[in-house]
Write a protein that binds this ligand. Structure first.
Ligand code: KE4
Length: 429
């Protein structure tokens, strides 16, 4: 199936990029550090496909790390956004589109009485943590090893995603004073959470959790883990923050909170709600969010927050998700891909974890349920697999510790092609 691809243009672009851009990229996960070789430079996307600078076509399972749930350049989204852009890119003032998107977000996440739009998931998490601290008048935040919540200082402790990919504990440049109030427990370990609360309970403002983890690769909660977090935070008058930046809209027109029937106090969103444009959001209980300026004393602001072009991209994207059969088709394909991968790797005993349209093939026989089990994966074997898949025309995230994302643009044929490529790539590994 594979034919040696040329990456000459990506290689030339990467050399040039490194003269001007840190590491030649604008986000570390794109640097291909853990899979080696030259990062691909992309030229265009079309539905389920993306084309690199050398015009190699790939079936895309990165989807810009989650936002492109409709696939690339969806005609309705592009058309609507172009129309809105022609009326002006930004006003730095309220506009009706912000109300429209907020109404759609609240329909999907009824726990969000009030919403604040920002321009990234990181900003959403920053706002959520600040308002949790302001509301509770407490400083400590509990996160989980391997979970990633963006690059705000206090969250760069034993994070997932790029931090895990690069194998770094956190980040230089973050003073100890900035992380002394960040407590860490293993994901899925309720006893560890309980013992931390026994010691610090009345100092803990909130737990922040990826309710289903995407940033260790896809890892699912077990043994009522999320309900236990809800119980413990309620018991200690702490808040529960669901970071659904990645999981939002990935399995239904809502999030993990809808699938599991658990109500967090604050939710953070991003990715899909911007449909590829820079949008994040945080929101939750009215009494909490009323602490945020201009209503209350918790300050947060942003020049381009809620700008009409980004709002339009979100509105048009969510409108497509609300169409009948969108999720039926998406989840059909996801199930088919999961079953197919499991059949291919059955003799190797590799772990496959899936939530909705997020899936990860772990190169380990160990059941992956937290950071310690995720890192038993053979990242060298993954790197080889990654490049075999590239040669076979499939683009998956360039890291073992990320989730693959399915888009609604994938056809049954694409899934079949993908499975054939996985089979060949595994056998050539
Ligand atoms: P952004 O600031 O990158 O928009 O969102 C940060 C963030 C917050 N919370 C969760 C659960 C996230 O997954 C993210 C960002 N995810 C990574 C991919 N694992 C973004 C890709 C990147 O860092 O380039």
């Amino acid at each position: 199936m594979s034919n040696k691809k040329s990456f000459a243009k990506s290689q030339a672009l990467f050399l040039k990029a490194q003269e001007h851009l840190v590491g030649g990229v604008n986000s570390p996960v794109r640097a291909f550090k853990s899979v080696g070789g030259t990062p691909l430079f992309f030229d265009r996307g079309q539905g389920a496909y993306v084309f690199d600078a050398d015009d190699n076509r790939y079936i895309d399972y990165v989807g810009s790390w989650g936002p492109l749930i409709l696939g690339h350049a969806h005609p309705k989204v592009i058309g609507d956004v172009t129309k809105t852009l022609n009326k002006g890119a930004s006003f730095g003032a309220p506009c009706h589109l912000e109300i429209e998107l907020a109404e759609m977000v609240k329909q999907a996440f009824p726990s969000m009485d009030l919403v604040r739009f920002v321009s990234s998931g990181t900003e959403a998490v920053m706002g959520a943590i600040r308002v949790a601290r302001g509301y509770t008048q407490r400083n400590k935040i509990l996160k989980f090893t391997g979970c990633y919540h963006g690059h705000t200082d206090s969250m760069l402790v034993q994070g997932g995603s790029g931090i895990m990919t690069l194998g770094i504990p956190g980040s230089k440049g973050v003073p100890d004073s900035f992380v002394k109030d960040t407590l860490v427990a293993p994901y899925n370990d309720v006893e560890a959470v309980r013992s931390i609360f026994n010691e610090f309970g009345n100092e803990i403002a909130a737990i922040i959790v990826e309710p289903i983890v995407g940033n260790m690769g896809c890892v699912l909660p077990e043994n009522n883990f999320l309900q236990e977090l809800r119980n413990i935070t309620t018991q200690y008058n702490s808040l529960l923050i669901f970071d659904e930046v990645m999981t939002g809209f990935r399995s239904c027109f809502g999030g993990v909170q809808k699938d599991f029937g658990i109500t967090p106090d604050i939710t953070t969103l991003g990715k899909v709600i911007g449909g590829g444009m820079p949008v994040g959001a945080y929101g939750g209980r009215k009494d909490i969010m009323s602490m945020v300026a201009p209503l209350g004393p918790v300050y947060q602001a942003g020049t381009l927050s809620g700008n009409p072009v980004a709002m339009q991209a979100g509105i048009s994207t969510l409108t497509e998700l609300m169409k009948p059969d969108f999720y039926t088709n998406l989840l059909d394909n996801a199930t088919q891909l999961e079953d197919g991968i499991k059949a291919i790797v059955a003799d190797k005993g590799f772990t496959v974890n899936r939530y909705g349209s997020m899936i990860t093939l772990f190169f380990t026989k160990t059941h992956v349920k937290d950071y310690d089990t995720a890192i038993t994966s053979d990242t060298e074997a993954f790197a080889k697999f990654f490049w075999n898949m590239i040669e076979n025309g499939i683009y998956i995230p360039p890291s073992q510790y990320e989730s693959w994302f399915l888009s609604g643009a994938l056809t049954k044929e694409d899934i079949k092609t993908t499975l054939a490529a996985i089979n060949e790539s595994i056998n050539n590994n």
